[in-house]
Each structure stands twice: as C-alpha cells, then as structure tokens.
Design a protein around this ligand. Structure first.
Ligand code: ZN
Length: 421
C-alpha cells in the first residue's frame, strides 16, 4: 500500500474506500459531499471521531484494508470506559520514533505492560529503524526481580516503563544490578509529577528522563522530549510528524490525524487528553509547537471545600514519607455532613504490600497523620491541621488495603466522591 502523505490523500482514501464506508457515512450524515470534504478550509469542520464510536462499531466495519492485510490486532485494557477498544493494524513502514531519544543508550529494558501486551514487535521495529539502532529487552513486568537480573545480564543502559513500575524496579536494580548504569528512563502513560521525577532522578543518578506520550489507537509513542527538554527536566513535548499529520487542540483536548496505520486511519480523533501549546519552535531547531500536558480535571486535580487539590502537590507532600507508604497510595475525598456544616474527609489508602514490615500499621498511621497535618498546605497559611481545627476538614483516615477501592490500568492518585459545583 502506498503511504498517504497529505490530508486530501487521506480523505480521498477513506471516502472512496472499497472496504469501509465508516468515515463516508459519518461525513455524509454531517452534510458533507466528497467535494467539500476535500476542501482544506473544511477540515476543522469535519465532525471529530471519538473513542465511543470506535468502540461501538465492529472492527471489521471500520477496516480500510483487505482482511488479509491486517498484520495484528491491538486492544486497550478497557479500564477507562469498561469497554476494551479493538484496533486493527496493517503493516507500518516507518514509525519515525527513535527509542534512544538521541542519547547513546542502546539496550532498552522494557517493563511496560501495553508494549508487552500489544506492541512488542512494532517496538522492535522502531528500535531497528531508529537512526541510533538499539535493542529492546522485553522483561517481565509481573516479576521485577527477574527483570533486574535480566538487566544485569545484558547490561541494559535504558529502561522503558511506567512511573509507578520504575519506582519498584529501582529497588531490584539496586540489589541485582547498578542503577548508575542506566542512562535513559523512558516513561509514559501516567502523570509524571515533579516529585516523581525527582525520585526517579535520585534512584537513577545518571539517567536522562524522557516523558513520552502515545496511545494504543496510534500504536506508538508520538510526543517526545528533545535533549534540551530532558536536560531542563521540563515536561514538554515535540510532536512526531510524521506519523502525526495534524495536531489540533480543541478546547484544550488533543485531536490528532494520523494515517500511518491504513487499517484504522484516525481523522480528527479526540484523544481525551488535554494539552496546551507552551512554545512555538524549540531552540533545538525542531519546528512546530511545543506542548505540555494540562492537568486532567478530576484526575490530576479536584476542587473540594473551597480548596484545590493537585496531584503534583500531593506527591510532593508524600515524598518525605515514602519509606512509610511506598509509592502505592491513593487519596479519596468525601464531603460529610456534620453539626457545623459540610466537612471534607480524606481517606488515604495504602497497599499492604508496600508497607514496611518492621513497623506496625498503627505506628505508621500516626507518623503519616502527623506529617500530613503539619506539612499539607491547603491554602497559603493554612495547613491541614489548621483546617481540622477550624472544622472544615476532618482528621484524615489511613487505611491499609489489599487493593485500592478504585482500580484502574493507570495509577489513580486522587479520587473524588462528591459532585463538583
Ligand atoms: Zn526541542
């Protein structure tokens, strides 16, 4: 199949497609004809594609190549909406992604569930296509000890993982290998807060940290930091173009157009993730916008009791007590009625597996409680202790649990149990 390079080529491809009328029907229903679909001025008027449409359409009805040209099938975990999304992939000639991110790392230990589950072989291809040829080593994300031993055997010098797994993996790398041998940590899929970045930098003192972004619909990472961004420890991204043909921000939501995978071309696809343009033209010379992720409402920030709770602040507060909580903690916020009006109740859930064995739960709870009351600044000049004294917050409750009450594929730090006003 010839590669599609321009948006008009892509729109003709889907409009005249002999295998699927998915987009044609969608655009006709919105009043478009072939002639005006192809007009560049109309592109931004085309109805965007949402995940729910892909989920509710059987994958064979939105397959734009011959059945035998489907190379593999990927799926999402389905935790976001409770419904896994199935995506067909045809052969992708070039992914354009350099997994070394321009560093001299060459052996990448992959401890990354989505890559292991769906995109292992395409990641191999990306490693081989890159200007800096490198080798992925698919380790076992369910057995981090084993992964660390493998890293030592092959002398891995990079790790591709999720922030939460990196934290646990570090303990094993310290024991079975050498954290100083790691030159590059590629993380994705979860919010990388300043606190988490600081912990990673501490655990892996010689590593550049690359926060990358991608999704299963595109099937690869497509936002990446340049060397300059990594050196500045900023959370900014360049857009990989191609494969991304067009990036739009619609009310802050990232909307992408990508024709790298002709089995499932994405035209004005709403990703559900929010970004902002923080710069045009990075001084590294890569043209185009520089993006940064905006906090996601109700996931990265909550408003309750007149206070804004941000995941970045929460992780900073927990940083000094990670020896007590481990990285596996989740905060739940409730509004409770009391004689003196509504109060905010916070429940801190801590996974039992990450509790240090030498302390009792009650000793740990009282240390955590004391730390939170004195160090959690809810508003300028107001600590959590002040808020408890004034009666707007209750004493937080510390719970040791086998599983979080909100489980999701991506680690959720903050969970609100109230209606936002
Ligand atoms: Zn740059």
């Amino acid at each position: 199949m010839p590669a599609i390079k321009t948006i008009p080529e892509l729109l003709s491809f889907v409009w005249d497609n002999p295998h699927s009328d998915f987009y044609k029907k969608k655009y006709e229903a919105a009043g478009f004809t072939k002639g005006n679909v192809l007009k560049p001025d109309n592109f931004a008027k085309l109805p965007p594609l949402i995940r729910a449409e892909l989920e509710s359409t059987p994958p064979d009805e939105r397959l734009f190549v011959k059945k035998e040209d489907v190379e593999f099938v990927a799926y999402t975990s389905g935790t976001t909406s409770g419904n896994p999304l199935v995506i067909y992939f045809s052969e992708i000639e070039n992914h354009y992604f350099d997994p070394t991110l321009g560093t001299d790392a060459r052996r990448i230990l992959v401890v990354h569930p989505p890559l292991a589950r769906n995109f292992g072989h395409t990641f191999v291809k990306q490693c081989r296509q890159a200007k800096n040829k490198c080798t992925p080593i698919f380790a076992d994300f369910q057995n981090l000890l084993n992964s660390a031993v493998i890293a030592a055997k092959v002398k891995a010098d990079a790790i591709c993982t999720l922030p939460t797994l990196a934290f646990d993996l570090a303990k094993h790398i310290e024991k079975y290998y050498d954290p100083k041998a790691i030159k590059l940590i590629i993380v994705s899929s979860e919010t990388l807060t300043a606190a988490k970045r600081e912990i990673l930098a501490e655990k892996f003192p010689n590593a550049k940290i690359a926060n990358v972004y991608g999704n299963a619909e595109v099937g690869q990472f497509f936002f990446y930091p340049c060397k300059k961004m990594m050196d500045e420890k900023s959370d900014k991204f360049h857009v990989l173009n191609p494969p991304i043909m067009k990036t739009e921000l619609v009310n802050g939501e990232l909307v992408i157009t990508c024709a790298n995978n002709l089995a499932t071309p994405l035209i004005r696809y709403r990703t559900g993730d929010y970004f902002e343009i923080v710069e045009e033209n990075c001084s590294c010379g890569t043209p185009g916008p520089v993006l940064a992720m905006s906090g996601r409402d109700k996931i990265d920030r909550l408003r309750i009791g007149g206070v804004e709770i941000k995941v970045a602040d929460v992780e900073k507060i927990f940083m000094p007590i990670l020896n007590l909580t481990g990285d596996k903690y989740q905060l739940h916020f409730y509004e409770v009625d009391s004689d003196s009006g509504l109060k905010v109740k916070t429940v801190v859930e801590i996974l039992k597996e990450s509790k240090p064995a030498m302390f009792s739960e009650s000793d740990i709870s009282s240390s955590i409680l004391k730390h939170l009351l004195d160090n959690w600044v809810l508003a300028p000049g107001t600590t959590l202790r002040n808020a408890v004294d004034k009666g707007s917050f209750t004493f937080p409750e510390i719970k040791f649990v086998d599983e979080f009450s909100l489980k999701s594929g991506k680690m959720r730090r903050l969970v609100g149990h109230f209606d936002e006003k």
